[in-house]
Design a protein. Sequence first.
Length: 242
Amino acid sequence: MDAANQPSRPIKDFKCMICNHMYTTAWNLKRHLLTHTGEKSYKCTECDFISSDSSNLKLHMRTHTGEKPYSCTECGYKSSQLSNLKQHMNIHSNVKQFECSVCEYRCRLLGDLRKHLLTHTGEKPYACTECDYRCSSNLKQHMRSHSNKKPINCSICEYKCKHSSALKRHLLTHTGEKPFACTECDYRCTTAGSLKAHMRIHSGDKPYRCLACDYRSSQSGNLKKHVVKIHNDIYRYYPDNV
């Protein structure tokens, strides 16, 4: 394109005397100056939120109204912010634009990359308020262990559980699928834990030991039966009653 025909750029005539940033309008400069003065004149009428920018207050008010004006054209996702919708749209794309600087991991969402980076740093910023548990993600899932709520429902029966992994295992009881196979015999089962317990038959491993005698077992259930039958008088002193 000829230099004479190139579109002219907006002239930035308004200069901040504190940091030298330039702006095209006096209004934009005025808004910028609030970042230096700390003045926050826009107040939420529902809570203590205050802001120096009216647009930020408008976005905040949607947390009270529940308004989500930005809709995904591919699914039912809705968002209160355009930036969240733009990030969501990456889910429907095969492009993994976010790349880890430490390893070859790539992902579609910036949030997923941030979580992944914690696997390199070892940082666990999310702390449980009920116990000493800390994690790099999925604190919400852990918190269910302290609650009696079971928000995940089976669509076939009345089974309810706290974690999606438990529902996944439960659904196998409806399909009859047994994805875990023994490498030594024809045994198959629905959970990795059951397969691990079964493999002790072949290995001879007996990790469950009676505290009152030399009895050992490959399964915790057998140890419990032993203690109740032989050492019933001390059963209540066992850790977690076996």
